[in-house]
Design a protein around this ligand. Structure first.
Ligand SMILES: Cc1ncc(C[n+]2csc(CCOP(=O)(O)OP(=O)(O)O)c2C)c(N)n1
Ligand SMILES: [Mg+2]
Length: 381
């Protein structure tokens, strides 16, 4: 990042020469996450602390989004498939300036009536693209989103051009649903789908090798994906990999090697940080390790400004998109809007009547499967 002095991580793991700006931004996520889980006395601090670097690079350098227009149709989609790490998403939404994700909501993490449910719930807060928590589900839904993008882009190439990013954990990849979903994505070459795998070798019960021995990189490759592996605490490596993933003609999986609970000196790298508060003592030590002397929930203005700046940068994308939309013929514009609303095309009824008129005489003898196929051809046109 521009002109910043490299600061070495002092965690004693792999030292990575990230910029101090990056470290500050990532540590803001770590601090909010560990403090919110501690205040709620329940939750999952390990995943947000481990993936803070990856998420910081993704949101600050790649994700096309506008917190002031959360429903802007051509935004990039971000799906936190590892929904137990919800504080990662809530921290990002708060830091980048989504109006409804106030600091109060963060302080009320996991409380009845708050927007900050234990696992992200669609409709509770802007920027939560879908409900996640059941492992693997977010990944499968993201495949659907990437397919929708491809189909819409085929019809409306001037106004549909976005990526779908997913953060998935070991548990997501163990689920059967992930197998079908990645097979389907590979077959359809959903090249705008980018999965960031939190490759931390830890799951709820301990080391992942207690439960799984799949070679995930080979598995994704076998399904026709582009695969890369990076140190998930190295800003430059993460940036390079995401940039490369955007260029391939296949869906991409980036294995991000991370340490769960990064920064908590006695608990990081263990399943102890997966789903339990760190405790006051360990949090105090983590503040020292991360060089984060600020009080709980206090994000210094200069660091908050850096994040808010990332959030406001998106406005130019959404404004440019509005212009492209305006430039389209009125009927295409309204057809596009109807398609987003899930409305049926106005001429569908006529098409079905015409289809019925043209049905061949042997139609009544068709297998139901064939009738269904022929009807779908008319409906999907
Ligand atoms: C389908 C499903 N089964 C079980 C769970 C309970 N559960 C939540 S998180 C988790 C472990 C996930 O491990 P991993 O993805 O490696 O997350 P990490 O420990 O690295 O944060 C489990 C079993 C769940 N949420 N969904
Ligand atoms: Mg894991």
């Amino acid at each position: 990042m521009d002109g910043d002095e490299p600061s070495m991580n002092k965690i004693g793991l792999k030292s990575s020469p990230n910029s101090s700006k990056h470290d500050d931004m990532a540590n803001a996520i770590r601090a909010l996450s560990m403090d919110a889980v501690q205040a709620a006395n329940s939750g999952h601090p390990g995943m947000p602390m481990g993936m803070a670097d990856v998420a910081t690079v993704l949101f600050s350098k790649f994700l096309k989004f506008d917190p002031a227009k959360p429903d802007w149709p051509d935004r990039d989609r971000f799906v936190l498939s590892a929904g137990h790490g919800s504080m990662l998403l809530y921290s990002l939404l708060h830091l980048t300036g989504y109006k409804d994700m106030t600091l109060e909501e963060i302080k009320n993490f996991r409380q009845l009536g708050s927007k900050t449910a234990g696992h992200p719930e669609f409709g509770h807060a802007d920027g939560v693209e879908t409900t996640t928590g059941p492992l693997g589900q977010g990944l499968a839904m993201a495949v659907g989103m990437a397919l929708a993008e491809k189909m819409q882009a085929a019809r409306y190439k001037d106004i549909v051009d976005h990526h779908t990013y997913v953060i998935a954990g070991d548990g997501c990849l163990m689920e059967g649903s992930s197998h079908e979903a990645i097979s389907f994505a590979g077959h359809l070459k959903l090249n705008k789908l980018i999965v960031l795998w939190d490759d931390n070798s830890i799951s709820i019960d301990g080391s992942t090798d207690l439960a799984v021995s799949d070679d995930q990189t080979k598995r994704f490759e076998a399904h026709g994906w582009d695969v890369q592996a990076v140190d998930g605490h190295d800003e430059a490596q993460i940036e390079k990999a995401i940039a490369a993933a955007k260029e391939t003609d296949k869906p991409s999986m980036i294995a991000c090697r991370t340490t769960i609970g990064f920064g908590a000196p006695n608990k990081q790298g263990t399943s102890g940080v997966h789903g339990a508060p760190l405790g006051d003592e360990e949090i105090a030590l983590a503040r020292k390790e991360l060089n984060w002397p600020h009080a709980p929930f206090d994000i210094p203005n200069d660091i908050l400004d850096k994040w808010r700046c990332v959030g406001t940068m998106g406005a130019r994308h959404s404004a440019a998109w509005e212009e492209s939309l305006k430039a389209l013929p009125a009927e295409v514009r309204s057809e596009f809007k109807n398609s987003l609303a899930g409305d049926l095309p106005s001429d569908l009824e006529d098409a079905i009547l015409e289809y019925k008129r043209q049905l061949s005489e042997d139609a009544p003898a068709w297998a139901t499967r064939k009738s269904s196929q022929e009807a779908l051809k008319v409906i999907y046109y």
